[in-house]
Design a protein around this ligand. Structure first.
Ligand code: AMP
Length: 279
């Protein structure tokens, strides 16, 4: 496994790989878990060469303390990547990526950026767009793999490649969960014991909401979820929304031709958890 910090050295290495080889790319912020590994596995199925990046991107954090406290476990990450036969790891510094000015570029994604996470995390998707575009320009993969765990991000990246004519195929990968249903996340390691025990309530509730949505209006389901969380002593609901899977616009009236998804963000203490489910 090759590990590069430097853009030029990474590119030299990648250009030594045969042109007709398919390069699969999995961008991450590290603190790797089985969710990340499931993306790498999918990348391996569809590629001859897999590149994983580990970079905690400062511009996508809306709160400085969240950036400072984000788990960093590089040594362990590299061991894990080696154990799953990853070919190349890119672990740049912020200076290597941004130069002297750590700043986002401004993006529009036809309104996708104004829904859900966009409403609650100021500038988040400008940060995501900036880093992913930069990494795409550096790695130039054939396919890039993103988790449905961050479904809005996945749709935004698809929109970005379409709008900017980037010839990279974006592959969405299913949410990987703990046995108790909690969506795996690097942030889960920061949960207190009692919040960790409480957190599977999130998936349990959205699964029940999916059932209810079959026979009830969206409004009824949304109110039901809000009530459930109001009664919960440890988890605080930030949003629960039912939206069109493609436009991410909040549902107004159920339409049989549309596909819907429910999206949720919850605070477990100071840790913010997100999840979503196809309805
Ligand atoms: P992160 O390191 O959190 O930025 O995530 C890197 C990539 O892994 C993103 O495309 C995420 O959507 C994806 N990912 C994170 N957690 C999961 C999960 N539990 N299941 C599937 N994909 C995930």
């Amino acid at each position: 496994m090759f590990v590069f910090k430097n853009v030029k050295k990474l590119q030299q290495h990648l250009s030594s790989i045969n042109d007709d080889k398919r390069v699969g790319f999995v961008p991450t912020m590290g603190a790797l878990h089985e969710g990340h590994l499931s993306l790498i596995k999918k990348a391996q199925e569809k590629s001859d060469h897999v590149v994983v990046s580990i970079f905690v991107n400062p511009t996508q954090f809306d709160k400085p303390e969240d950036l400072i406290k984000y788990p960093r476990t590089l040594e362990n990450d590299l061991k894990l990547l080696e154990s799953v036969n990853c070919n190349v790891v890119f672990t740049p510094t912020a200076k290597e990526i941004y130069g002297d000015t750590i700043q986002s570029k401004y993006f529009t994604f036809d309104g996708l950026e104004n829904q859900m996470e966009g409403k609650f995390r100021d500038g988040h998707f400008d940060g995501v767009g900036t880093i992913v575009k930069r990494l795409f320009e550096i790695v130039k993969p054939t396919n890039a793999f993103f988790g449905e765990k961050d479904f809005q991000q996945l749709q935004i990246i698809k929109k970005m490649v379409e709008k900017h004519n980037i010839s990279i195929n974006i592959v969405g990968c299913e949410i990987f969960r703990e046995d108790d249903g909690l969506a795996m996340s690097s942030r889960n390691t920061r949960l207190s014991d009692e919040h960790r025990l409480a957190a599977p309530f999130i998936y349990k509730t959205i699964k029940k909401a999916r059932k209810k949505f079959k026979k009830n209006t969206a409004k009824k389901v949304i109110n039901w979820v809000k009530k459930k969380f109001k009664k919960h002593p440890l988890l605080e609901l930030e949003y629960f929304e039912i939206a069109d899977q493609k436009t991410l616009k909040t549902i107004i009236k159920k339409d049989d031709d549309k596909r819907y998804r429910a999206f949720i963000a919850v605070f477990a203490g100071e840790i913010r958890l997100i999840d979503n489910i196809r309805l």
